[in-house]
Ligand binder design. Structure first.
Ligand code: ADP
Length: 274
């Protein structure tokens, strides 16, 4: 890290090259460790619902003369099966956003459509908790990107806002254009009045499978992959996702994406550079 960088600067050229190689190796080892952790996490996350399903199916067979117990076990089997389906779907989504270049299928995408889709996706969950959802500022704004990936990213943020909020609170979605010398950006902010996130956890919630409270996340059908998907989508679109939060008060997740016109102008300038 710091020490390596400093000694690299003062060292003569030959040893500087060696240092660069060593740093490369360290990075390669870090990537390998992250990959191994991920595979271990996936195996664990898959084994949990599969194990539960296997135990529950045995319980159903043993309880065949007790219809009430059978119904209870069957209900729990359904929950585990849904959990498994969600996990597999999110793994597929994550692998897609990591492997496909979104800008190959980029087009101007209307922000009001993205927002309406995200709200629709959460309408049921919000309804049962009497959470009000309100959107503003989205008219006439267009972002540049892969429609499906952008919808998945915003959908995840709104879903989290609903999941990590108590009943009868409000989830707001506000969009605006931010002028920038390199080309305008669009900011879409999702604000909730939920449980909030501590400073310590804020640094980690974008990691794959990291959850502040695994039991709570599982209870709402969470997989721990949602924010990793959002972060990846934002970055591959030339944007970013940031979080503001105060524990017990709520959170705001802000997705920043290149504005469609600005992104097109940039591409145009590149192709006419010389
Ligand atoms: P999950 O499927 O568990 O929701 P995410 O990757 O979407 O996974 O989020 C990771 C963790 O970040 C969650 O388990 C939760 O602890 C925390 N989190 C995400 N969004 C919010 C929010 N709006 N308010 C409070 N905590 C949140």
């Amino acid at each position: 890290g710091e020490a390596l960088a400093v000694s690299a600067r003062v060292a003569p050229l030959g040893s500087r090259l060696v240092l660069l190689l060593v740093e490369d190796l360290t990075e390669a080892r870090r990537i390998e460790a992250v990959r191994r952790d991920f595979v271990a996490n996936v195996s664990h996350e898959l084994k949990t619902p599969v194990g539960a399903l296997s135990l529950l199916s045995e319980a159903v067979m043993d309880a065949s003369d007790d219809p009430e117990a059978v119904e209870r076990f069957a209900g729990r089997m359904q929950i585990e099966a849904t959990r498994l389906t969600n996990l597999v779907q999110e793994l597929i989504d994550l692998s897609r956003v990591q492997n496909d270049d979104p800008l190959e299928d980029a087009e101007p995408v209307r922000v009001d459509e993205l927002v309406a889709e995200a709200i629709d996706r959460c309408r049921h969950a919000a309804g049962t908790k009497e959470i009000t959802m309100a959107a503003g500022g989205t008219a006439d704004l267009h972002v540049w990107g892969h429609r499906g990936q952008l919808a998945a990213a915003l959908g995840n943020l709104v879903e989290n806002a609903v999941n990590y909020s108590p009943a009868r609170t409000r989830v707001g979605i506000a969009a605006r254009r931010v002028a920038q010398p390199g080309g305008d950006m669009i900011e879409i902010a999702v604000t909730d009045q939920g449980i909030g996130i501590s400073d310590k956890d804020k640094e980690r919630i974008f990691e794959r499978f990291y959850r502040v409270d695994p039991a709570r996340s599982r209870a709402t059908g969470g997989t721990g992959l949602g924010l990793a998907i959002v972060k990846h989508v934002a970055a591959s679109h030339g944007g970013e996702v940031t979080v503001w939060s105060a524990e017990g008060q709520g959170s705001t997740f802000t997705l920043r994406l290149p504005e469609a016109g600005a992104a097109r102008d940039r591409a145009h300038q590149m192709s006419h550079r010389d």
